[in-house]
Design a protein around this ligand. Structure first.
Ligand code: TYM
Length: 337
């Protein structure tokens, strides 16, 4: 166990967990559990960069834990915890804020997008969000961070911050931070909106037809896929998005990520088939993928005590690891410890 490399990742409990979160991240996490020491957290501190309803945030955090387990994350193999339960995340984030430049943060596309979307609440947390994310990852000396494409820029800045800190304080070798790498799935790293396929599928989209929630009724999922925006060409071909194929490409990607085949192979399998039939096949594949997940999720809903106990023990174990890194950092900085 000790010799294995470490994985760290997480999802914000800020909305309905989508098929994008599952195919871009969580599904990938499951397959990494055997080979790595995996640490997966519920990122509630990141969620408050946008206003949240307190009761809903509490409920969603526990729902997210249920989703992790239902998707196949085994709490016996992977360490699961709630970000706000481990004080070191906020503590290291503060330190790293002093080693991150305004210029590099202002280049983050997520900040640009979110500040346009939440123009009435462009708070400092939204701006320094990637620094907290760097703290999450660096505390656990993660080797690999499995995420979707939209988070890769945040992994890059995490690497820059880690290298900067190491180069200032660890000139004689023995770096304080391991420099992590991002890791994306072959298919599904960017699942697009079903309503506007040039936009990312997002759990905070105002239009519920744009995304599939893992907790949608199966009938609703089928209808959303059937009404997914495509094109008028009527050809199932995997061609560049700007040739008008964004909608079909997205359905091919979803099918590829669910089945493990490539987009090209699926396109050739369904060549000559009408969009209606193809959409039906995609909907069936998605429903069959999510059916056992839903059954396990419903089962877990009866075990609140078990889930709360997992959060408690997870936080203790995470705190132990994180505190070690934080102590090293404090020592380097010259804090009296
Ligand atoms: P979040 O909650 O937005 O998304 C969670 C994960 O899902 C991926 N994802 C997608 N993948 C494919 N297609 C999509 N449409 C799609 N939408 C989301 C994301 O890339 C992500 O992997 N900042 C992070 C949470 C976080 C984190 C961390 C992740 C906080 N600290 C440390 C890794 C390591 C976020 O907002 O993810």
């Amino acid at each position: 166990m000790e010799d294995k490399k470490t994985i760290f990742s997480g999802v914000q409990p800020s909305g309905n967990i989508t098929l994008g979160n599952y195919l871009g991240a969580i599904k990938n996490w499951v397959s990494l559990q055997e080979e790595y020491n995996c640490i997966y957290a519920m990122m509630d501190m990141h969620a408050i960069t946008v206003r949240q309803n307190p009761q809903e945030l509490r409920r969603r955090t526990l729902d997210l834990l249920k989703i992790y387990i239902a998707c196949g994350i085994d709490p016996e193999k992977s360490l699961l915890f709630v970000q706000s339960h481990v004080g070191a995340h906020a503590q290291l984030a503060w330190v790293l804020n002093c080693y991150t430049y305004m210029g590099e943060l202002s280049r983050m596309t997520q900040f640009k997008d979110k500040s346009t979307k939440h123009a009435d609440n462009i708070n400092a947390g939204l701006f320094t969000y990637p620094v907290l994310m760097a703290a999450d990852i660096l505390l656990y000396q993660a080797d690999l961070v499995p995420v979707g494409k939209d988070q890769m820029q945040h992994i890059e800045i995490t690497r820059d911050i880690a290298e900067r800190f190491n180069s200032i304080y660890c000139k004689e070798g023995n770096p304080v931070f391991k420099v992590p790498k991002g890791f994306m799935p072959k298919s599904g790293a960017k699942v697009m909106s079903l309503a506007e396929p040039t936009k990312k599928m997002s759990k905070s989209d105002e239009n519920p037809k744009a995304y599939i929630s893992l907790l949608d009724d199966f009938g609703v999922m089928v209808n959303k896929i059937k009404s997914a925006v495509t094109d008028s060409e009527g050809k199932i071909e995997y061609r560049p998005d700007d040739e008008g194929k964004a909608g079909i490409n997205n359905l091919l990607t979803i099918m590829a990520a669910v089945t493990g085949n490539t987009e090209e192979k699926i396109a050739s399998e369904y060549a000559g088939c009408g969009y209606g039939d193809f959409k039906k096949a995609v909907a069936e594949a998605v429903v069959e993928e999510l059916r056992p997940i839903r059954a396990r999720y419903d089962e877990l809903s009866k075990s609140k005590d078990y889930l709360e106990e997992l959060c408690r023990t997870g936080a203790e174990r995470a705190d132990y690891i994180a505190s070690k890194t934080l102590k090293k950092v404090y020592k380097k900085l010259g804090f009296l410890i």
